[in-house]
Design a protein around this ligand. Structure first.
Ligand SMILES: [Zn+2]
Length: 279
């Protein structure tokens, strides 16, 4: 295999509990009529892996989500089970600072259980990423060298508080934990593309992920994308989109070097995940 294609941002479709606005939004994308059938089909991880392959994706990062007040709950246990036995699926855990007292020991437990990374949702979990209560967890994340994702930028879901999505709070974290792998999810979508770009450019440990951004607009949002391509990661935000393959094709057509496109579509992610790629 050459450079793999990696989708770094996939939500399982089966949630233990959906926030109402999130469920309505997804149904709006996939159509109310066929929703139940679609839902049941994609709850099968074997089917989902085949779907990824059909869309030219070699690996997918599958995200847990503990945001009961806003988007809903997809538990760590569910994600681990969903990925079990499928090398193409890479499980990422969720920790909600409001629901966990000892976050460092919770991260330790999750890493021992088999998770490869962690995602925070500050806009839905309502905390600032530079809050000192998170620092013991960050120290462990740095030591373990796992990627830690942070939602940045806009959101349309009821109850989201956008101020927590400002990437600038992660500047503190990048300074205090210079070896922690920090991923700016959605690249500061809407308000803060310039901040995401700059932080990615100046901090060796900060990366930008572009899930949920229309790929054909990437060069408008990041005119100097080529300069940071080795720190940029593709993600789809499925099931928030319908045509996965098309997203990849559009990135392949952007006015970037072939090397940059390979980095964005999987090279950067493979290095971050320490993936052992079969020949
Ligand atoms: Zn997402």
């Amino acid at each position: 295999m050459g450079t793999p294609v990696i989708d770094f941002h996939i939500h399982p479709i089966c949630y233990e509990q959906y926030g109402e606005s999130a469920l309505n939004w997804i149904k709006g994308i996939h159509g109310d009529k066929d929703w139940q059938k679609y839902y049941e089909t994609f709850c099968d991880p074997g089917y989902f892996v085949r779907y990824l392959k059909e869309n030219s994706i070699d690996y997918g990062v599958v995200l847990a989500e503990l945001c009961p007040a806003v988007t809903g709950t997809c538990s760590n246990e569910y994600v681990l089970n969903f990925c079990k036995g499928h090398d193409a699926l890479i499980p990422f855990a969720s920790i909600n600072p409001s629901l966990t007292i000892n976050m460092r020991s919770e991260l330790k437990r999750l890493l021992d259980a088999g998770f490869h990374g962690l995602k925070f949702y500050p806009t839905y979990q309502h905390f600032y990423a530079n809050d000192s209560s998170l620092y013991p967890l960050y120290a462990l994340a740095e030591e373990s060298q796992i990627p830690v994702m942070f939602h940045t930028g806009s959101s349309v879901f009821k109850g989201a508080r956008l101020k927590y999505g400002d990437p600038l709070y992660l500047d503190d974290v990048a300074v205090d934990f210079p070896d922690m792998k920090i991923i700016l999810v959605h690249g500061g979508r809407g308000f803060w593309y310039d901040r995401a770009f700059f932080l990615t450019k100046i901090h060796p440990n900060v990366y930008t992920e572009v899930a949920g951004l229309p790929p054909k607009k990437l060069m408008d949002y990041f005119p100097e994308l080529e300069r940071i391509a080795h720190k940029v990661i593709f993600g789809s935000d499925w099931p928030g989109i319908t045509d996965l393959k098309n997203n990849i094709d559009i990135i392949r057509q952007l006015p970037l070097s072939e090397k940059a496109k390979d980095q964005i579509l999987g090279g950067t992610a493979a290095a971050l995940l320490n993936l052992q790629i079969p020949d």
